[in-house]
Structure formats: structure tokens, C-alpha cells
Ligand binder design. Structure first.
Ligand code: NDP
Length: 433
């Protein structure tokens, strides 16, 4: 903490992983003596830069851009870009650190990185977003490449932003390569990438439930957020026979006892870019409540937090448990506080931690990279089938690592250990670099 002052999210993420690794380093002390653990918590490189751009009134605005290239032991850096006013170095470091283990868990050859800016796309015109993205990429392009570092989307960075970023990279470098993922389908994007994180979360959660003789079929589900991950988690959960009764945004949440109408949500969020409360214009009998935390007071069997970090605290976790929740699958990154996780685990709630449960997005990004390298495209069904296999394997690997290291059924331990081992073995093989 002395070395990284005032970065509480980064400390939280590192602490959780290092705790899980205690049984591993007992068996394999060479990971400590060789310096692997010490190197693992230090990013290989942090790039921090000025992003000046001109708003619609002709005024110059200045934001701050980041790219943390955390670990390239098993492949090129890979991880999203987040545009949100809360972004600072500590958030990007926590996300980059988590990404290292998540990417390893997918079984695909991708290292860990993350980036972003404190730019707020909300309320900005298309042209403002474009000018910002062009300025951001003007600097970022010096540090990334299809074999070096391949960014993707995250909060505030969707298809529109990826398009502007890709266009600027192509112009600056005069090359058409798979330097970004989450691209549009007309210029190298992969079918099923948009759906992948949410779908993958449901495949993982279903596998976790099936192992205990349960299922999403007939379950009542609460999903938080109403962005990319939340919408497609709700879609797949519904397809698997669940009833999704709530969604939220940073202002409040909607409750529809009849099951959320996703066509209405897509129209509001993806087409009109409006607030979730607009849902009442489509369904007068649904409820809207101010304040996003209240979404966890709704009685449900399965909770899928898909908005942001630390959105479920101990109090909310206790309410979920008291209301009989049987499984929690994390779609967002680190959405549960350490106290909330403790509450779920000690109450025997099935708990799918983010770095395992939401790895479907980055796994499909890696499939997009493969298709770009081959200059070929797979069908939606082919990508979706590979995604499902990957999620089932992640569950199995995390579950067996948990058992092997004496923490059966604790997927927090399992995911951290399974993700760590492949990266650590590679770092050992590379020597002190
Ligand atoms: P989007 O920008 O598409 O959606 C984010 C959603 O979460 C919005 O509904 C937003 O509401 C809400 N939200 C954001 N910040 C806050 C906050 N501080 N408090 C309450 N609600 C908030 O992002 P994504 O769906 O892509 O990402 C959601 C989460 O999933 C993030 O944690 C991200 O890191 C993680 N993730 C995303 C992946 C992907 O493939 N996109 C892959 C793996 C993880 P509002 O509109 O009001 O801001």
C-alpha cells in the first residue's frame, strides 16, 4: 500500500488474489523465491497521457488517458478501455490486474492490460465523442498493435467508440489489422462478441447451478446495470427459462413482475441512449425506483450484478441471502465487496467470481483476433458454441483447482489459483525479465 498510495480498488484486488495463493506458495515456494509474485503485482508498463479535444462550442477540453500493460507472459496484452469520470490510475490498475488471471483462465494466449480515460461520453454529441476518440488514439496508437496490445470496449466504450478508435488507428498507421476487438461486423468484428460477456455469464452460472442439481429454468433473476453486459445476460437468462424481473442504471432501477421486455430496453439503451426509467413509457404497470442500490432488495433466486465495482456491499448481500438467493454470478468486474463475498460464501450461496464468470467477453475477443489473423469469419453458432465450451471449461478448471488446494466449492480461490498457475509457470520459464 505504501508503494501504491491512494489506490483502494487495486489493493482490494491484489489482497484477494494473494490470499487465495497462500495454499499454492506453500506447495510451490519457488514462486516466491524466484520473484514471480513480486513481479506479478507490478505492471510491466503504465502509459499515461494528455487527451486534448475541441467540444461543439469550440472550447478546448483536456482529459487524461491511461493504458496499463500489466502482464504479457502468455500473450499480447488484452483488455478493455473504460471511459467514465471515475477513471484514475488505481481503477485501471485493478482492472488490468484482474484481467491477467481472467485471460489466463480462458485457456487462450492473451496477456493482461486495461486502459481508459476520465472522459464522460454521457451527454456528448457524436462528433464530440469522435473527436475525443481520435485524440485518444493519436497517442495510444504508439503503444498498441495486433501482436503487442489489443484493446477492446468496457464501460462507456461500445461499438460507436471502437469504430472511431479503429478508424483513427488505420489512418495513422496505414494498416488494417486486428488491433482492437469489439469491431463492427462490416470491418472485422466477430459475430456474438456483443452478446459474449452476458451470454458467457449465464453459461457459467448455469453450469455452477447444474453441478448442484439446480438450474436457471424457472428461476427469478435480478440483473443490475442496463449496458452491454446486463442486456445480454438478461437475454440469455430468459432464453434458458429464467424470469428476469429487474434492471438498473446509475440513477435507479426498474421492476417488472411480468418479466423485463428486452426489446423495449434495447430501444431505450442501444438506440435512443436514454435512461432506464423510460421503460415506464412502454410498460405502465412496471415500477421505477430512484437509487441503484435498491435493486438488491428485490427477492430473487439468482443475482447477476452487471454494472460496476463494489455495487453489492455487505448490507445488500445480507438482504439477498435473507430473501433466499441461491446463486450470484458476477458480470461486472469486482461488483461485490470483500464483506459481501464473505457473506455469500459463509451462507453457502453459489458464487461465481468475475474473473471466471465474465471471461466470455475477452475469450470471444480472442476468437475475434484469431478470425482477423486468418482473415476469415465464423458463424454466430460456431462462435457461440466455442464460447459455451470455454465457459464450461473455466468452471471445471476453477472448481477442480479449488478442490485440489483445499477450498472445495470456493470458486474465488479456484479462479485465482487456476488463472495464476499458467501465468506463473510462464514467468518462471522466461527467467527474470
Ligand atoms: P456499459 O457502459 O455498457 O454499461 C454499464 C452499466 O452499468 C450502465 O447501465 C451504467 O449505468 C451502469 N453503471 C456504470 N457505472 C455505474 C456506477 N458507478 N453506479 C451504478 N451504475 C453504474 O458497460 P458494460 O456493460 O460493458 O460493463 C459493465 C461491467 O462489466 C463493468 O464492470 C465492466 O468492467 C464489466 N465487463 C464488461 C465486459 C464487456 O465485454 N463489455 C467484459 C467483462 C467485464 P449509467 O448508464 O447510468 O452509467
Amino acid at each position: 500500500e505504501k508503494r501504491n498510495p491512494a489506490e483502494p480498488e487495486f489493493h482490494q484486488a491484489v489482497r484477494e488474489v494473494l490470499e487465495s495463493l497462500e495454499p499454492v506458495v506453500e506447495k510451490r515456494p519457488e514462486f516466491v523465491t524466484s520473484g514471480v509474485i513480486e513481479s506479478l503485482v507490478e505492471p510491466e508498463r503504465i502509459i499515461k497521457f494528455r487527451v486534448p479535444w475541441v467540444d461543439d462550442n469550440g472550447k478546448v477540453q483536456v482529459n487524461r488517458g491511461f493504458r496499463v500493460q500489466f502482464n504479457s507472459a502468455i500473450g499480447p496484452y488484452k483488455g478493455g478501455l473504460r471511459f467514465h469520470p471515475s477513471v484514475y490510475e488505481g481503477i485501471i490498475k485493478f482492472l488490468g490486474f484482474e484481467q491477467v488471471f481472467k485471460n489466463s483462465l480462458t485457456g487462450l494466449p492473451i496477456g493482461g492490460g486495461k486502459g481508459g480515460s476520465d472522459f464522460d461520453p454521457k451527454g456528448k454529441s457524436d462528433m464530440e465523442v469522435m473527436r475525443f476518440c481520435q485524440s485518444f488514439m493519436t497517442e495510444l496508437s504508439k503503444h498498441i498493435g495486433a501482436d503487442t496490445d489489443v484493446p477492446a470496449g468496457d464501460i462507456g466504450v461500445g461499438a460507436r467508440e471502437i469504430g472511431y478508435l479503429f478508424g483513427q488507428y488505420k489512418r495513422l498507421r496505414n494498416e488494417f489489422t486486428g488491433v482492437l476487438t469489439g469491431k463492427g461486423l462490416t470491418y472485422g468484428g466477430s459475430l456474438a462478441r456483443k452478446e459474449a460477456t452476458g451470454y458467457g455469464l449465464c453459461y457459467f452460472t448455469e453450469e455452477m447451478l447444474n453441478e448442484k442439481g439446480k438450474s436457471l429454468k424457472g428461476a427469478t433473476v435480478v440483473v443490475s446495470g442496463s449496458g452491454n453486459v446486463a442486456i445480454y445476460a438478461a437475454e440469455k437468462a430468459t432464453e434458458l427459462g429464467a424470469k428476469v424481473v429487474a434492471l438498473s442504471d446509475s440513477n435507479g432501477y426498474i421492476y417488472d413482475k411480468n418479466g423485463i421486455d428486452l426489446d423495449a430496453v434495447k430501444q431505450i439503451k442501444e438506440v435512443e441512449r436514454k435512461r432506464i426509467k423510460e421503460y415506464l413509457n412502454y410498460h405502465k404497470d412496471a415500477e421505477y425506483h430512484e437509487g441503484c442500490k435498491g435493486v438488491w432488495t428485490i427477492k430473487c433466486d439468482v443475482a447477476l450484478p452487471c454494472a460496476t465495482q463494489n455495487e453489492i456491499d455487505e448490507e445488500s448481500a445480507k438482504i439477498l441471502v435473507a430473501n433466499g438467493v441461491t446463486a450470484v454470478g458476477e458480470g461486472a468486474n469486482m461488483p461485490s465487496t470483500p464483506e459481501a463475498i464473505e457473506t455469500f460464501i459463509s451462507s453457502k450461496v453459489l458464487f461465481g467470481p468475475a474473473k471466471a464468470a465474465n471471461a466470455g467477453g475477452v475469450a470471444t475477443s480472442a476468437l475475434e483476433m484469431s478470425q482477423n489473423s486468418m482473415r476469415y469469419s465464423w458463424t454466430f453458432e460456431e462462435v457461440d458454441a466455442k464460447l459455451k465450451d470455454i465457459m464450461v471449461n473455466i468452471y471445471k478448471n476453477a472448481s477442480s483447482a479449488a478442490k485440489e488446494y483445499g477450498h472445495a466449492d470456493n470458486l474465488v480461490y479456484g479462479a485465482n489459483i487456476a488463472g495464476f498457475l499458467k501465468v506463473a509457470e510462464s514467468m518462471l520459464a522466461h527467467g527474470v525479465v
